[in-house]
Design a protein. Sequence first.
Length: 155
Amino acid sequence: MKKIFGIALLVSVFWTVNLTMAEDAVQQTITVRIDAINEVSLNGELNTLVIGSQKGSAANSASWAVTTNETNKRLVGSIDADMPPGVRLYIELEAPNKAFSNGPVVLTTTPQDLVTGISRVAEDNLKVVYTLSAETDTCVKQWQRVLTLTLTDGF
């Protein structure tokens, strides 16, 4: 009887140790994902660009911001309608760190490269300058144009 009791006690202790060990360690699979972040914004109120004579230019400035966790992005810009003959609207954006500004660019309805080489950056208060120029005699008139900026993949 002592042998049976001893074996039963040994089995009971072994089974208890096994259960206790099983509860000490657990595993779980964790899936992690980082989505692309591509944001651009314009800040500040713009005054009307006014040319006081039939020929000349006027400028105004604001600021812009960009955030991306991707590499080799570019910022393109376009307006919703072409400017009248002899009138041009330029935009120049300060480039964020390690990117390149294409300088003053004439805005048209076709997207134009404004800033290239944008990679893993979060910067704000970057300067943007708008310049209106009338290169020929134009009639007195006021226009509005909607500017669209798009952060897209580089070349």
